[in-house]
Ligand binder design. Structure first.
Ligand SMILES: Cc1cc2nc3c(=O)[nH]c(=O)nc-3n(C[C@H](O)[C@H](O)[C@H](O)COP(=O)(O)O)c2cc1C
Length: 330
């Protein structure tokens, strides 16, 4: 049995596979199943900033003031209203408490947010309920033409939340930044304990019969992992905090690649839906077999090993590879 233990966000995990925030991490029963299946940690399904804001009784007045939250799409408010009626905040805290009693792996709470409004008080409640860490899904979308602050909002949210809780905080980000490398580096040096790269936004498609926009695929494919791999490889030694790889990680081989690129952990969702929670066990087995074949005794022994040349000057490295790559094709 290989030692797959790793540290992520300062939390000790028995292995680097984290069940990502998704429907499966939203109920106690499935959290228990994921833990039994071998998950190293679990990130609970996100609660939305809007749900928190509305419950503190600023309700629609606050939300309506914010063009990001209240875009005139009445569906948003219907959705929020439904959740409020279900006492989503109380249920969420209860889920944290119950999950902590039921499983012996780190339980990370998750909040999906877009502003630095009054919702941040709730982060302290997740800590009181026993969460081992907090993941902020910073869901700022570059398609927002109203916001002039974009990157600044990230820093303001982080500052506010770090002033409220003492549990480790990570952020889950999209890949849409101007000057991605510099921004991620600056974010990593704010005092957060981890960055999850990357969030997967809603994927649009077009139905050519109806001539209308429709939703694309719910689940990722392994082909989507290359951007994650690229940015984990570029950032792992430059980052001031741990990195978790997310999007397109479906197999043990995929996980190994992300660790070789320098990730401290990987987060998986789609593969759990496609293959069931037992996929975690299959991934772990594959990782152990590979470590055996390669003679590695621990994750630390190979973490980031594949990226030395890349890290020295990623831009020059990529340019050189690009030149070679396309000159090979006639
Ligand atoms: C059904 C479903 C629900 C999800 N819900 C959340 C959520 O509440 N919060 C969140 O941060 N990410 C959510 N995600 C995104 C995943 O955590 C993950 O970032 C994304 O699916 C990419 O990883 P994957 O390629 O392993 O699926 C959800 C994904 C799926 C498939």
């Amino acid at each position: 049995m290989k030692n797959l233990a790793t540290k992520y966000m300062g939390l000790t995990m028995k292995n680097p596979i984290i069940a990502a925030s998704c429907g499966m991490t939203g109920s106690l029963e499935s959290i228990k199943t994921l833990a039994r299946s071998g998950a190293g940690a679990v990130v609970l399904k996100s609660i939305f900033e809007e749900e928190i804001l509305l419950e503190v009784n600023q309700q629609l007045r606050e939300a309506e003031k914010n063009p990001v939250i209240y875009s005139g799409l009445s569906e948003t408010l219907d959705y929020i209203d439904l959740h409020i009626r279900e006492d989503s905040l109380g249920n969420y805290l209860e889920l944290i408490r119950e999950a902590k009693k039921a499983v012996d792996i780190p339980v990370i709470a998750s909040i999906n947010c877009v502003t630095y409004e009054d919702w941040t008080y709730f982060t302290g409640k997740t800590e009181e309920a026993g969460a081992d860490g907090l993941e902020l899904n910073l869901f700022l979308n570059p398609a927002d033409f109203e916001s002039k602050e974009f990157e600044k909002v990230y820093f303001k949210i982080i500052e506010k939340v770090l002033g409220t809780v003492s549990i480790p905080v990570s952020i889950k980000i999209s890949r849409y930044f101007t000057r991605m490398g510099l921004t991620v580096k600056a974010l990593s040096e704010t005092g957060i304990a981890g960055i999850v790269m990357f969030n997967r936004f809603y994927t649009p498609d077009i139905d050519i019969e109806k001539g209308a926009m429709v939703k694309g695929k719910y689940f990722s494919t392994p082909e989507e992992q290359s951007e994650t791999l690229r940015w984990i490889a570029i950032m792992s030694r430059k980052s001031g905090c741990d990195l978790a790889a997310s999007t397109g990680i479906h197999t043990g081989e995929d996980a190994i690649k992300m660790l070789l690129a320098g990730a401290s952990a990987v987060q998986v969702a789609s593969t759990l839906y496609k293959h069931g929670p037992d996929q975690i066990g299959r991934m772990l087995k594959r990782m152990e077999k590979w470590m055996d074949e390669q003679g590695y005794q621990s994750i630390e022994a190979f973490k980031g090993k594949a990226t030395e040349d890349y890290q020295k000057n990623p831009a020059a490295f990529e340019r050189m590879q690009f030149m070679k790559y396309y000159s090979e094709i006639r």
